[in-house]
Design a binder for this molecule. Structure first.
Ligand SMILES: [Zn+2]
Length: 251
């Protein structure tokens, strides 16, 4: 049963990944994500349905538009495959229904948030607000007893990031605070592991950049914090609860 669920999640994740590419492209432009077929940005020909099959079409077209031969970014198939892997991962590690649903909500929000934050250094409310609302409603409906701890986890994670955002407003922004709240609403107390993982990965990246380019230059490379929170979120889904249990049992 589980292998079938994982395969189903992967297949569905591919289709959702295709949609998330559209979200990441259109949301920063303020365009609607619904309706309007995708077109080639070079020749503006509509993309045919059979050329819009996730990953496969890009491979068959060898990464070029059928009409004008303009290259199609490798990012599209990578995002589709990544979303499929994340959906399959949630299906593989989730312990119960609420974990599956909240894990899916989280990874589906994290993909476009990561892309938009890397492209535009911002995390749009039109993604974090609906993600928070969906997590709240689905969590309460499926697992009413656990909702209080998830809400507290979300509030705690947001407060934890709010302090550095107020004191040093450069590296992080309110988008990161709201994303932390979404992480807490989806992960519950395991959000502590997610935030810690984000800080560790962020610091390691900073050290690596400083080693490679020198401290002065590395300081000027402003890397948004959203992608680190996204990595932390995935760590939280995979290992959050076990790590938290292991840590708490040492007392
Ligand atoms: Zn074209």
């Amino acid at each position: 049963m589980l292998p079938m669920l994982i395969a189903f999640a992967a297949a569905f994740g591919l289709l959702i990944g295709s949609f998330l590419n559209v979200v990441a492209y259109r949301v920063p432009l303020g365009a609607s994500v619904a309706g309007g077929r995708s077109e080639c940005p070079s020749c503006h020909h509509q993309i045919r349905a059979y050329d819009n099959v996730p990953v496969l079409s890009w491979l068959l077209l060898r990464g070029h538009c059928r009409d004008c031969q303009a290259p199609i970014s490798r990012r599209y198939p990578v995002v589709e495959a990544t979303t499929a892997v994340l959906w399959a991962l949630v299906a593989a590690v989730a312990g119960d229904t609420v974990d599956v649903v909240l894990g899916i909500v989280l990874v589906t929000a994290l993909v476009p948030i990561t892309l938009i934050d890397l492209d535009h250094q911002r995390i749009p409310n039109v993604i974090t607000y609906p993600a928070a609302a969906t997590a709240l409603v689905a969590g309460t409906a499926i697992d009413p007893g656990g909702e209080l701890s998830r809400v507290l986890a979300g509030a705690g994670a947001a407060l934890f990031l709010l302090v550095p955002v107020m004191v040093y407003p450069s590296g992080m922004g309110m988008g990161d605070v709201k994303l932390a709240a979404v992480l807490g609403l989806c992960l519950g107390p395991a959000v502590a592991v997610a935030i810690l993982a984000a800080l560790v990965v962020g610091s390691l990246t900073g050290v690596l950049l400083a080693a490679r380019h020198g401290v002065q230059k590395a300081r000027k490379m402003r890397i948004p914090f959203g992608p680190y929170l996204a990595v932390g979120g995935v760590v939280g889904i995979v290992a959050g609860q076990p790590l938290l249990d292991a840590y708490l049992s040492t007392f």
